[in-house]
Design a protein around this ligand. Sequence first.
Ligand code: TK8
Length: 348
Amino acid sequence: MTVRSAMKTTLGLKSMMLGLATVAAMGLVAHDAVAKDIKTRIIRFGYGLADSSPTGKATRFFAEEVGRLSDGKMKVKTYGNGALGSDEQMQNALIGGSQEMTFVSTAPLAGMVKEFGVFDLPFLFDNEKVADAVLDGPEGRKLLDTLPPKGLIGLLYWENGFRNITNSRHEINKASDLNGIKLRVMQNQVALSVFNGLGANAIPMPFTELFTALETKTVDGQENPLSTIQTSKFYEVQPYLTISNHVYTPFVLLASKRWWDGLSTDEQAVIEEAAKRSQAFQRKVSREGDVAALAYLKEHGVKVSEFSTAEKEAIREQLEPIVSKLKQEIGPETVDAVLGAAQEASKS
Ligand code: TK8
């Protein structure tokens, strides 16, 4: 064998070895990637608001924190715009274990735990500071602790916010202007009773059906925080807005208990820490979003009116008999405890 051909043979052997090593390495990488993918825990997080809503942004913030805190081992996939269903449907999906996380308004939770209906009582909280103090305090925690037996983990509260009325019929400057208005309300008895008590024709409906119902005039109006009125585009079919701030609705950040119980303590700690870090961010963008939304709605031709302080006082009096009846249905101890905590927080 000449030197030249020997060299050729050696080179051939080397490139074959190199090829084999590359294939093996690729196999390892592929195996590792597959293994990593199997090891990566995927968390399906659905919600009803628009992706562009402040709370949509907060959900992505939460997802980033989970990825960071778990070194990529836990991945939150977010699905906004009601893609995974209404609040009620997602609550049931978590209970069944076919979805891992969501945030829902407390109103749909009242269908499972009647005490959550306390948050649909009008003028419960004077401002966000009072709301934060009550929700993050013992009374808020007591309500979250009612959820595990129902198959849900209530991690903590986010903010939906102070609700305002929109409609397509005429200006609403006082409660009596609600007479004959077909008003969509969230699906619980308290919201229904309050608006029927004010003279509206209250129609309970899932949030996912609301825009179409407004567009087709199946309902004349609805009530939601300003950033929702903007980002869910209700203003496109609702020329009249009344700043009423009649109810403060919390969101509850929920996890499926069936899923949660299968997590390691480290994984649970990641979710809890990410939830804590996202709460301050969510409340901040929620409040900034409401201020920006009011300017946006005015710029887009929405006619804005407002309930005066005297009108709000008159509404409180008008609703007094209904509220005292609802208090018995919700649970008088809970109502008194939450009211007491709100009065305490208002003093500081
Ligand atoms: C969004 C709902 C919404 C609520 C409603 O999923 O139903 O009107 O205010 O924010 O939870």
